[in-house]
Write a protein that binds this ligand. Sequence first.
Ligand code: NDP
Ligand code: AKG
Length: 424
Amino acid sequence: MAVTKRTSSNVLLDTALKNFYSAAEEMGLEEGLVEILSRAERKLCVSIPVTMDDGTVKVFDGYRVQYSTALGPAKGGLRFHPDVTMEECEALAGLMAWKCSLAGIPYGGGKGGVACNPLELSPAEKERITRTFAARIEPLVGAWTDVPAPDVNTGGQEMVWLMDTISKMRGRLEPAIFTGKPISLWGSKGRTQATGRGVATCVRELLKAAGKDVKGSSAIVQGFGNVGTYCALTLVEMGAKVVAISDITGGYYCPDGLDIQKAFEYVTNHPKHLLDGYAQPGLQKMAGEDILYLAADVLCPCALEGAINGKNGAKIQAKFIVEGANGPITPEGDAALPKDILVVPDFLANSGGVVGSYFEWVQDLGGFFWSEEEYNQKLLTLMADNFWRVWNYAKEHKVTMRRAAFLVAIKRVADAVKMRGVFL
Ligand SMILES: NC(=O)C1=CN([C@@H]2O[C@H](COP(=O)(O)OP(=O)(O)OC[C@H]3O[C@@H](n4cnc5c(N)ncnc54)[C@H](OP(=O)(O)O)[C@@H]3O)[C@@H](O)[C@H]2O)C=CC1
Ligand SMILES: O=C(O)CCC(=O)C(=O)O
């Protein structure tokens, strides 16, 4: 009996399914396992009624998807964005399952979010949305069941509101349910920077693998939020020149290298954390998308999914792409890229975030906290080791790094399902 393949009108979910089925076919995965692993274990849709500052009531849609818990508690971020849908959460939750598996950490995959536009919300409205969302997903979350974290437009403050709401509902402090918390409230030194540092580590190792040095190389970083800023700052620390950055306000290009520390301070102090109005000598302002087509050694798309697609893939000039965002290249984009471009896939390149979250969870469960040096040393060693594991597998099996990462990741989850038995 042949597997009936699922498809979706949501591009991200359809891509995730296609990637999964094609890797599963190549590795000869049993049909039953293909059926199990092509579906999320649990999907929760909630409505979030909120009194806005003007006294009106608005109802927002929220989601949490647990794609797999075969290897451990579901793990993955919560996104606040107008485009959040159940399908997007399912795709990203699946990606988390493969990411955690590939990283070798004891987690399954989850993802969630609220369809809202944070740029249009006051802090008080954001707090009410977050707390009501927490109350509505309360039956799912727990240190040993499902551990959410920050994603697009969420960070330490949202994690504290979530933790506080669940703790009050349960009548005890529950710090290990959410990661990405501030250091003062059971967070970990290093977690905020972890994803970007991990992306930059992959850039360094990739250049090494190609016989080049990160020192003196040039990079483009799309997206100047959590992942993009710390990726750019770390690349500069490593001696690279970041020639272009962008956010929703546009692209900022300086062929001699941007002052990333200055740009970082600028967005930190900007009321909406935007680059809008940023200036430095030699800076050229351009459309945000246009920075993708500049010449540089490495391009790090660290914004949102689908940035590189069938329409613009052929225009990329960088020699290497390291995917900081989740799903920044569509399959059509992959096919349109000039043939000699090497790509480090998202669920390897940005796994520093969830590995960093794992370290925070371990510290919360133990109630004993590490120094930043210890955290970074463990994180960056693991990132470099994982990079080389996938690089070597890809060379040995003559496949792309994306395919290699899928093959390794799916096998670990499939083995866990087989050993635990299918009737979980
Ligand atoms: N945070 C984490 O630990 C992890 C995040 N990721 C992934 O990384 C990506 C970024 O997440 P994160 O940094 O946390 O999110 P943030 O919300 O902190 O930042 C997103 C950034 O992307 C920018 N952006 C959005 N749309 C565009 C666009 N069209 N062109 C250029 N820039 C754009 C935003 O601009 P603006 O600020 O102007 O809106 C912002 O600078 C997402 O795909 C996320 O899933 C993956 C692993 C872990
Ligand atoms: O830190 C985490 O738990 C997950 C981060 C995340 O959502 C991601 O890696 O995409």
